[in-house]
Design a protein around this ligand. Structure first.
Ligand SMILES: Nc1ncnc2c1ncn2[C@@H]1O[C@H](COP(=O)(O)OP(=O)(O)OP(=O)(O)O)[C@@H](O)[C@H]1O
Ligand SMILES: *[C@@H]1O[C@H](CO)[C@@H](O)[C@H](O)[C@H]1NC(C)=O
Ligand SMILES: *[C@@H]1O[C@H](CO)[C@@H](O)[C@H](O)[C@H]1NC(C)=O
Ligand SMILES: [Mg+2]
Length: 333
């Protein structure tokens, strides 16, 4: 079947070639010209470009993703939706959107950045307008800080020049050199234009674990007081978050003046995940793998993880990370 189709195709192509040869040079040029134009059109059609065909914010998609796929993060979910909706519906924002996502490991920070990317760019994280920088990967050696600085500035400038709707994700922000953070500050600020480039439609997302402990403490206080997790509000986390973030001498992020200059528009706290959320994560993973949903296996996988603090064992030490490999173990016999 397939072979015969191929033979047919080869036959058609060789006939076409013979035909082209049979024509005079003028016609040949025309045919080749039309072919080239067609080729360009097809290329443009499939190749990502900086226009509304490829960049088209879908608020409903972000809302459903946050509601259905993100577990146990009612505070983060609300802030992210509001922030991104507001920014994307503003025709002329005064500054780029800067979000700073904080929380314990495995609680969904990268996951949410991915959802944001997917709601804006057709190609999601694979879009050529989405740029991820990981401190330990892209800027590992403090000694080369000056090289990194000029590289990073050139990248940001180059990328925003070619598409003003660019998304930059800085992972492991707490491990980033303060000097490097300083050098991106101008791009986050209220400037009309910087060297002729406007950064006001860009989005910057910072991810870090700093403040994670204080968020855990607040969640634990609620739990110990027998209060429902859903009662936790931003204001319950805000003071302790900003204090712990400010006072963390270790972290480069906060020794810089990102905070005092109000360059970060929203601090987004991620709560530590409980047993029931881990179970939800396992069920979601089963569904993604087209396995039969099995509550017992999900419970078993969730029980295998480590929970803290030692006395109450409420929160998963690694959040929903590592359940992938655990699930393999239970579903393969
Ligand atoms: N709240 C959540 N709801 C649903 N799935 C989650 C949640 N948190 C984590 N996951 C799952 O676990 C995986 C790992 O989470 P993610 O990489 O987002 O963690 P993180 O917060 O960035 O952690 P780290 O601080 O270690 O980088 C995600 O890809 C997702 O599948
Ligand atoms: C937006 O997303 C929703 C949910 O994923 C989808 O049903 C809808 O078709 C999308 N709209 C557009 C305009 O792409
Ligand atoms: C855009 O950023 C990437 C890194 O994500 C970099 O490799 C690339 O050179 C940048 N493009 C421009 C035009 O500067
Ligand atoms: Mg992460």
């Amino acid at each position: 079947m397939k072979a015969s189709r191929l033979i047919l195709l080869v036959h058609v192509l060789s006939t076409a070639a013979v035909l082209v040869h049979a024509f005079d040079p003028f016609t040949t040029t025309m045919v080749v010209g039309i072919g080239a134009t067609l080729g360009r059109t097809i290329y443009k059609y499939f190749h990502e470009s900086c226009d509304s065909k490829w960049i088209d914010f879908n608020s409903t998609a972000l809302k459903t993703d946050l509601e259905q796929k993100l577990f146990g993060q009612h505070v983060a979910s609300r802030i992210v939706l509001k922030a991104v909706n507001g920014f994307m519906s503003n025709e002329s924002p005064k500054k780029p959107l800067v979000l700073s996502l904080h929380g314990w490991t495995g609680t969904g920070k990268n996951f949410v950045s991915q959802m944001i990317a997917e709601s804006i760019f057709k190609e999601g994280m694979d879009s050529s307008f989405v740029h991820v920088f990981t401190s330990t990967l892209h800027f590992p050696h403090p000694i080369q800080i000056d090289t990194y600085k000029s590289e990073l500035q050139q990248w940001i400038k180059g990328n925003v020049s070619s598409c003003e709707r660019s998304l930059f994700i800085f992972d492991e922000m707490d491990k980033m050199h303060p000097g490097l953070i300083d050098c991106i500050k101008p791009y986050l600020d209220y400037y009309d234009k910087l060297d002729g480039v406007s950064y006001r439609k860009a989005i910057f997302i910072f991810l870090s674990n700093s403040g994670g402990e204080s968020i855990v403490q607040t969640a634990l206080d609620f739990w110990r007081a027998g209060r429902d997790r859903s009662e936790i509000q931003l204001k319950d986390l805000e003071t302790s978050l900003s204090l712990s973030v400010f006072n963390n001498k270790e972290s480069g992020f906060f020794r810089t003046s990102l905070i005092d200059r109000n360059l970060v528009d929203f601090f987004v706290p991620f709560l530590p995940l409980e047993f029931k959320h881990v179970v939800q994560c396992v069920m979601a993973e089963m569904k993604a793998r087209n396995l039969d949903l099995d509550q017992d296996v999900a419970d078993q996988v969730a029980k295998d993880l480590v929970y803290f603090p030692k006395v109450d064992r409420v929160f998963s030490a690694k959040g929903c990370k590592t359940i992938d490999s655990k699930l393999d173990y239970y579903t393969k016999d």
